[in-house]
Design a protein around this ligand. Structure first.
Ligand code: NI
Length: 170
């Protein structure tokens, strides 16, 4: 089921999300819905708070061509970040059509629970590394625009407020 995506500014996007205590059918359904919502948008990553669920669950698939690689990460944790940084033009499904360059560690080691409740660990690089950091930020109430200067951030926030007013009227 495709779930509605919250648009910034929204208090639910600013919350620190709760860890998932146990992989239940509800969590599996949440992850499946989030993947469906992400592919439909379309996007390469989505975090649970973006669909109004303040739990530590993210989904992503950074494969642009070829077979999809859907990933669902529960309680993801960054264990290590490289000193090397890389810059990507980031966007966010909660901040539609706004993009800005963000500098982040180029590689990260991440540990998470999969939907079978197994602990997984992987080193991400390239776009995957940026994406997983962007999504984990969401779980701590942080958006990519928080890395920008205050003027740029304010400008984007105003645009989003206007977009939300227009959508509410439609
Ligand atoms: Ni985002």
């Amino acid at each position: 089921m495709i779930r509605p995506i919250l648009i910034h500014p929204d208090p639910r996007l600013k919350k620190v999300c709760d860890p998932v205590a146990e992989i239940t059918p509800e969590i599996r359904q949440l992850a499946a819905d989030m993947l469906e919502t992400m592919y439909d948008a379309p996007g390469i990553g989505l975090a649970a708070p973006q669909v109004g669920v303040t739990k530590r669950v993210i989904v992503m698939d950074c494969i642009k061509e070829g077979d999809p690689e859907p990933m669902a990460l529960v309680n993801p944790e960054i264990l290590w970040s490289s000193e090397d940084v890389s810059t990507y033009e980031e966007g966010c499904l909660s901040i539609p059509e706004q993009y800005a360059e963000v500098k982040r560690p180029a590689e990260v080691q991440v540990r998470w629970l999969d939907l079978e409740g197994q602990v997984q660990e992987r080193q991400f690089a390239g776009l995957w590394a940026t994406c997983v950091q962007h999504e984990i930020d969401h779980l701590d109430g942080k958006l990519f625009i928080d890395y920008l200067g205050p003027l740029k951030r304010q400008m984007i926030t105003r645009k989003m407020e206007k977009l939300k007013r227009e959508r509410a009227r439609a």
